[in-house]
Write a protein that binds this ligand. Structure first.
Ligand code: NAD
Length: 340
């Protein structure tokens, strides 16, 4: 058994609680929140899991070997670092920390202490993203030409971060997961606005230039009355179209595109209109797979699929996006997805 404490019982924390409890060999021992009543309410009256508002109490407990952190981004460094310093493995919500420097501190501390540091990049554990990764890595899409993502709805305006830091970690972590070997982000640009005057960017457009010349684009928005969650991964052979709001057929792979005949005398574009295939995908909750990976990484002493470095690459690109916003939208270089 691996004793686990969840820290943070707000919107997302209860999902971690539920999935820790459903995952062998985890045993949920504590739920900690500075708002003790909230932690108690999440556990309910008949739970044997202990509730506390003291992180120190949790970290002093030798029964606790791992900590899952679902507090706001600004507190990730403080909470996750204390857990690592106490010798606990850590699963941290996205984004890893509030800055690249803070994230680096967490990654190096985990490495020095030989502890697992894993990111809850939830989407990377969905059957769709796993299939997209396979399609891109196995070359079935051909050469990657573009990625186009839309992630908009009436979102929860966050008190401490803008819409890029709230929603774009999903797009950047998916990108990090599916990019084929040898294709890396080289520069990031962002444009945004705050038309509702909430004091931070609510609508943003993020462009990531890739090393093969392709571009990945994400549109994130807290103000849209309709919810849209689509991603198109365009390749020279096939194009995958993902609609996350379509439960019956979320992914479609099109053998359609534009061909440009090499060396032909008449160099006119031709359109390839082939089949569309909707892959059969397994069901299951992504967070269950997140927990299984966290448990596997701890017990098998291996790096998890979304390790601290993946969180750091996302942070580097978020910081580049913020720098671009401040500089009027110019491209800010990154190196292999990391700070240049
Ligand atoms: N993976 C996903 O898809 C996903 C979805 C939503 C949120 N998140 C992430 O989860 C984290 C939490 O987001 P949320 O929407 O649940 O926030 P929230 O504000 O609803 O909840 C945060 C909770 O943490 C508690 N808290 C704050 N500081 C604390 C501390 N130092 N120690 C203990 N408890 C503390 C608060 O009292 C609150 O109950 C964020 O990092 C967010 O980005 C991830």
């Amino acid at each position: 058994m691996v004793g686990v404490a969840v820290v943070g019982a707000g919107y997302w924390g209860p999902n971690l609680v539920r999935n820790v409890q459903a995952t062998s060999p985890f045993q949920l021992v504590w739920l900690c929140d500075v708002d003790l009543d909230r932690a108690r309410a999440v556990l309910g009256r008949y739970s044997t899991v202990r509730a506390t508002d003291s992180l120190a109490e949790v970290l002093e407990d030798p029964e606790v070997q791992a900590v899952a952190v679902a507090t706001p981004a600004a507190t990730h460094l403080e909470v996750a670092l204390a857990a690592l310093d106490a010798g606990k493995h850590v699963l941290v919500e996205k984004p890893l920390a509030a800055s690249y420097a803070d994230g680096l501190k967490l990654v190096t501390t985990a490495q020095e202490r030989g502890l697992t540091l894993m990111l809850d990049h939830t989407f990377c554990y969905t059957p769709v993203v796993r299939r997209l990764r396979q399609l891109a890595h196995d070359g079935e899409l051909g050469e990657l030409q573009y990625i186009d993502s839309v992630r908009i709805n009436l979102g929860l305006v966050q008190p401490d971060i803008d819409v890029l830091w709230d929603l774009a970690p999903h797009d950047l972590s998916i990108l990090d997961s599916i990019l084929p070997a040898g294709v890396t982000p080289v520069a990031v640009a962002a444009h945004g606005s705050d038309p509702a005057n909430v004091g931070r960017t609510c609508v943003a457009y993020l462009s990531v230039r890739l090393s093969n010349g392709a571009i990945a684009h994400a549109h994130v928005n807290w103000l849209s009355p309709t919810k849209i969650r689509t991603m198109i991964v365009g390749g020279s052979q096939r194009t995958a179209v993902w609609n996350d709001l379509d439960p019956t057929q979320p992914l479609a792979v099109y053998d359609r595109g534009v061909d440009w005949p090499d060396g032909a005398e008449d160099r006119r574009v031709s359109y390839r209109i082939g089949d569309m295939v909707a892959p059969a995908l397994p069901g299951g909750e992504a967070l269950r797979a997140v927990m299984a990976e966290f448990a596997g990484a701890i017990t098998e002493r291996r790096a998890p699929l979304t390790d601290g470095w993946s969180g750091l690459r996302v942070l580097a690109q978020l910081e580049a996006a913020s720098a671009s916003l401040a500089a009027g939208g110019t491209f800010i270089p990154v190196t292999n997805g990391m700070a240049a």
